[in-house]
Write a protein that binds this ligand. Sequence first.
Ligand code: DMJ
Length: 599
Amino acid sequence: MCSFPTWTPAKGARTSAASLSTGKGTTSTGTGLKNFGSNEIEFCSVEAVQIRLNVMISREEEERLRNKIRADHEKALEEAKEKLKKSRDEIQAEIQTEKNKVVQELKKKDSKPLPPVPLPNLIGIHSGEPADPDIREKRNKVKEMMKHAWDNYRQYGWGHNELKPIARKGHSTNIFGNSQMGATIVDALDTLYIMGLHDEFREGQEWIDKNLDFSVNSEVSVFEVNIRFIGGLLAAYYLSGQEVFKIKAVQLAGKLLPAFNTPTGIPWAMVNLKSGVGRNWGWASAGSSILAEFGTLHMEFVHLSYLTGDPVYYNKVMHIRKLLQKMDRPNGLYPNYLNPRTGRWGQHHTSVGGLGDSFYEYLLKAWLMSDKTDTEARKMYDDAIEAIEKHLIRKSNGGLTFIGEWKNGHLERKMGHLTCFAGGMFALGADGSRDDKAGHYLQLGAEIAHTCHESYDRTALKLGPEAFKFDGGVEAVAVRQNEKYYILRPEVIETYWYMWRITHDPKYRQWGWEATQAIEKYCRVSGGFSGVKDVYSSSPTYDDVQQSFFLAETLKYLYLLFSNDDLLPLDNWVFNTEAHPLPVLHLANTTLSGNPAYR
Ligand code: DMJ
């Protein structure tokens, strides 16, 4: 007789390792197999033979599964050992990244891609050559300065982020991590293009095409990479139509996305381009992200969604906006620090200079860039500016209007060079302001321009210090030694240019020319242009850095100041915070999801 041990296959077609190893249960026939001797098979029914074969196969499978489980355990053990070498923060960030990845994948399945959109109207990409020979000469001088800066970078710093014009070698700072990503090349491209330096532009393009690679194990600033690289590449794409710039911008944006994998969606300040691990600056209040950093992504990210049809970028920045809208603001002011884990404000410091500045700029520019349809952004700008005017803007005893810094309920009567961009911002936002206060804001812009000009005029070099006070008898003058430097920054010239475009008051060209001459006289060295350590000393020492924003912004704004208005008209172009022009998008008929204003 054919007899069988008791054994039950698990439910369904496949047998589980667990049920095999216990050997419990009964077959569906209710009989069992005693042993596997070949003789006995002859006496067994076809059904019994089938069962015996099943058992043999099941044992092989059991062995295979055991091996797999063993291998999986070993792998997990190895991974765990590797993990334990990392810091608690890194591990937590990685877990969060993984979780968010899953959420993103699920979300992706739900969100439909945007329809392809036609290229925006690109108006005003031409020479803008002024008829007046004096102005033409000034413009040519600026172009020659650009060539000097570029040629020296080309010779001594090529491929490095920046140049040391005295040591004549490459330079970099922690905002670019340890990468060599040719920041100066990317930042300078559109200036070269606008100035008609086409050979130099092509050299830059070739380098980008062959060498610019973002798969580097380097921790970079999300904000800086966005404004300089993504902004620079997008502007170069729109101006020249060369696809390579768009492709590189999209590749790089993909590398920044993991920075948004935080509990709140407020991005980390820094991200490792290879691992995607993000973190914040050690110096920022209570592990916070910085308002001017996470709040200065909107323009570039909307353009990325527009160009790719992928809403992911747009959704990231709109999420930030929605979160900010929901938060309470002390005295109606936005503090500079926000913790990305808890979603709570850090220290109650508010500034229109460093740490806050371009957040306000991007609210206004989001509205302008949307062909004035993003009224939500305009409202946020108007609200923010009203609170700033109430709490931060004052007139000094000497009659100079300044923007101070708000620190826990106390106004510090100090203004940074960075804050001087706000003159241009107020003028640019005058048209369309609430309660028809256009005249008021234009006047405010003019007053800030005047104050910032004074900060230049009251120095030995006629170049402005990093920060200046309005306190204890001091007016628009730096007091502390470590605030007396000028590092080729653009903000004052930026404001002159906006004021010129909007008012055509010749004093702005005059002030711009004074600055040009001072830069030429005190910052030019045979190896390029350098910042200076003390603008009050008539024999200054150099800091030996040619900043990439000198080529991207300072020289571009000067060149535009001495060009006709039909070169990149303000009705059609909006300049990002690194002076990279992006075209106005006529979004009314497209479907960037998430914002009713765009529908
Ligand atoms: C530039 O990189 C940008 O303008 C940024 O918004 C802040 N300032 C620097 C130059 O000063």
